[in-house]
Ligand binder design. Sequence first.
Ligand SMILES: Cc1cc2nc3c(=O)[nH]c(=O)nc-3n(C[C@H](O)[C@H](O)[C@H](O)COP(=O)(O)O)c2cc1C
Length: 260
Amino acid sequence: MSNNSISKTFIVATLLCVVCSVMVSGAAVFLKPAQERNKALDKKKNILAAAGLYKDESQNIDELFKKVETRLVDLATGTYVSDINATSFDAYAAAKDPKLQVMLTREQDKAGVKRIAKYAPVYLVQEGGIVQTIILPIHGKGLWSTLYGFIALATDTNTVKGLVFYEHGETPGLGGEVDNPLWKAIWPGKTVFDDSWNPVVQILKGAVNPQDAGAIHQVDGLSGATLTSRGIEGLLRFWLGETGFGPYLTKLRQEGGSNG
Ligand SMILES: Cc1cc2nc3c(=O)[nH]c(=O)nc-3n(C[C@H](O)[C@H](O)[C@H](O)COP(=O)(O)O)c2cc1C
């Protein structure tokens, strides 16, 4: 067959496509376990970072994570669920499952997520068998994207130990400043509830006045990103409220931090 023939061109192009697609799919399949492992490791790193336990890359994440116990909570009752594996439970997939989802009313949906799963994992950092930090997964709408993160609370269930977002699509330099270490450093020591245990955490437009009576619940807004800031305030109030982890945190308080 001549090199100039149309059929030869088609045969070579087809063979090239087949070989390339086999190589790409092979690489995708071959690398999938490594991707899953890295994703799980990244999640652990962010949970530890929220608790203030992850400082730099020299630390062994799996070793540090031995301090963390993962449990599954029934959000409506605040009790632990023991017949489902907490570590492998995927709350985002469960929110799409009619048997496991809770559809939110417009009034309830301060996080702009429409639906959540009935159950959610919580992460408990233990030292000598005593819980030191409670880490809660949070997510909700910012301006352009859904932000996914963790908030770490002290055992008073009120004082923030840290807040991290590990996935979002906000604009770098604007809403993306949620990742700025200077902004994240404002959070530890703030309290998220008022005296009647209503979630009152507030992200201001501008800077907090330390003389203000409510300053302990307030953090500076993200400059030029009022809509992302509002989204974060909304999602925090949602997850700390009645439809989120409210019943669980109430139970922890009543049971002196042990809760089963
Ligand atoms: C290209 C572009 C990207 C923007 N990204 C964000 C963002 O990530 N988060 C945000 O709240 N506002 C973002 N804004 C600004 C919003 O449109 C809006 O003006 C802003 O939230 C108001 O906040 P300010 O009152 O602090 O300026 C963006 C605007 C433009 C033009």
